[in-house]
Ligand binder design. Structure first.
Ligand SMILES: Nc1ncnc2c1ncn2[C@@H]1O[C@H](COP(=O)(O)OP(=O)(O)O)[C@@H](O)[C@H]1O
Ligand SMILES: [Mg+2]
Length: 511
């Protein structure tokens, strides 16, 4: 039975706010869990961090649920009687004195002299619970003072959420959620912060929504909220690139050098069968042995030579050659591009793939860019960089093996060593490659509606985020749960407003 208190006084001791008192309930308090009765008129939120002094140490926990109780409303007959007569229960009885709220808390750690210790002792029933101290919490969550400012924490006095760029970039990040939940907006926030630190960012942009990065935020509602978050509208240096022949006005043009593609990539664009791919593979092997830079014509010649040597059937040769003509028609091939020209400190480079083009072309362009930036980073020709792949399920689908997926996997697995980070976004989580998803050390999760997507994601979330799963389908736009390498423990944050103008708002149906 829960014990009742009518603790009306919310005591403020220094900056510490008394939130309530630990009670005995079930087998709690123990070293991992405790429940406390929330003081009257005190606001606490699920997900908020609290502390309990334990001698020289401080125990820190996170509220996993809140339950409220009132004895006057436990008997349905009694409540029905009042409803039928049109009288409220509280007009007849002192209901306020009989209600209480209990917060269930999971211990996350013990801090002693700035050191974090594992939970090893239980708090006492009757101990006072306080809102976690900002400094203590910042220490526990590993938030650096000069990190990337992504938003304000819900509860806990709206602590600024500052993520360590080293952890975030090196260990990759996945930004997941339903369409319109705030993913691209948050990517924009991250990019602004990285550009402020003079790092380069490259974004694969299938919706063409990042070119507005040059403009300061001009959305009146967002400008109004700038003060709340302490930001000022501002534009950044951003250059847009289009694949050759698929650009709008302005921006740079990039071409793909055919020799940058491996045989699998060429076979993928041309849609080749297994036997056609076999022949192509032999031809490409020949060319690369001869270290030739080649075009569609030389490739076709190499196919004929390889076919003769390996005795391929005539119809295979003809169909392979026919497939190769696709390469000429695409018009995106040429000299290639230099990553040094594209990746520059403090500049956002946008690869705009929003024009009408074959999805295979989109994937190949993205794949070549990922591949070349990775190679350049290995050779230290470009500075440490973050590559954002929007709509990642399209470039790294779980079901099919694509060239772009192979490049993304490579960066996800090995990029860390070279300071090359991957930021993926997706609203179709169940369609996204598991390997890449599991390599993303930090997850920023917005609202996810589909139970299939949520189930798919569950195994990849931290153990400590499991309490939050039930709330993921209910998150409002712009509020996300961040967990993983960059935060140690999950944080629910309201993503800050952008300094730049967000280009992700579709056209309105009715003006
Ligand atoms: N943190 C935020 N603050 C203010 N508005 C936001 C925020 N996040 C999202 N929005 C609004 O929601 C819209 C959709 O967000 P967006 O990030 O483009 O969605 P998606 O998840 O599909 O990428 C944006 O155009 C913007 O108006
Ligand atoms: Mg988006």
């Amino acid at each position: 039975m829960q014990k009742k208190t009518t603790n009306n006084n919310t005591i403020q001791r220094g900056a510490k706010q008394d939130l309530g008192v630990i009670i005995c309930e079930g087998n709690t308090p123990n070293h991992l869990n405790f429940n406390f009765q929330i003081a009257e008129e005190t606001e606490v939120k699920v997900g908020e961090y609290v502390e309990v002094p334990l001698g020289l140490s401080v125990l820190v926990g996170r509220i996993s649920s809140i339950q409220s109780y009132n004895e006057y409303y436990t008997d349905p007959e009694f409540v029905k009687y009042h409803i039928a007569r049109g009288i409220t229960v509280d007009s007849r009885f002192p209901t306020r004195s009989s209600r209480w709220r209990v917060a269930k808390v999971k211990v996350v750690g013990i801090v002693r002299n700035d050191r974090i210790l594992p939970p090893e002792d239980a708090p006492e029933p009757g101990d006072t619970v306080y809102r976690a101290d900002t400094r203590l919490l910042t220490r526990l969550l590993g938030l650096p003072s000069d990190g990337l400012y992504i938003g304000l924490m819900r509860g806990n006095n709206a602590i600024k959420v500052l993520l360590d760029p080293e952890k975030l970039v090196r260990h990759h990040v996945a930004i997941l959620g339903a369409t319109g939940s705030g993913k691209s907006y948050a990517v924009g926030v991250l990019i602004e912060e990285l550009l402020e630190k003079n790092l380069p960012v490259l974004v694969i942009d299938p919706h063409g929504e990042y070119s507005t990065f040059r403009q300061p935020n001009k959305n009146p509602e967002e400008i109004e909220r700038c003060q709340e978050f302490g930001v000022t509208p501002k534009g950044y240096r951003a250059v847009t690139y289009f694949p050759k022949g698929l650009g709008k006005n302005g921006g740079g043009e990039i071409t793909i050098n055919m020799s940058d593609l491996d045989a699998y990539a060429i076979s993928e664009i041309c849609g080749m069968s297994d036997v056609q791919s076999d022949l192509l593979f032999l031809a490409v092997k020949r060319l690369s042995e001869e270290r030739q830079s080649y075009d569609a014509e030389t490739l076709a010649e190499a196919v004929e030579e390889a076919a003769e040597e390996w005795k391929f059937q005539k119809n295979t040769i003809l169909s392979t050659l026919r497939r190769i003509t696709v390469l000429k028609e695409l018009g995106i091939f040429g000299e290639g591009f230099s990553t040094r020209e594209i990746v520059k400190p403090g500049v956002l480079s946008i690869i705009d793939l929003s024009e009408d083009m074959d999805e295979r072309v989109r994937r190949i362009v993205a794949g070549v860019i990922l591949q070349k930036v990775f190679q350049s980073r290995k050779r230290n020709e470009v500075p440490p960089t973050l590559i954002v792949v929007e709509e990642s399920h399209r470039f790294a689908p779980q079901e099919t093996n694509t060239y772009s997926k192979r490049q993304m996997r490579k960066i996800a697995r090995e990029g860390r060593k070279f300071g090359l980070g991957l930021c993926i976004t997706s609203q179709r989580i169940a369609g996204l490659d598991k390997d890449i998803l599991s390599q993303c050390g930090t997850k920023i999760v917005f609202r996810i509606e589909g139970s299939y997507d949520l189930e798919y994601l569950k195994p990849y979330l931290d153990y400590s985020s499991t309490d939050d799963i039930g709330r993921i389908p209910l998150l409002p736009n712009g509020i996300a749960i961040t967990s993983g390498v960059a935060t140690q423990h999950p944080i629910i944050a309201e993503i800050r407003v952008r300094r730049t103008h967000h280009g992700g708002t579709g056209a309105k149906l009715i003006q």
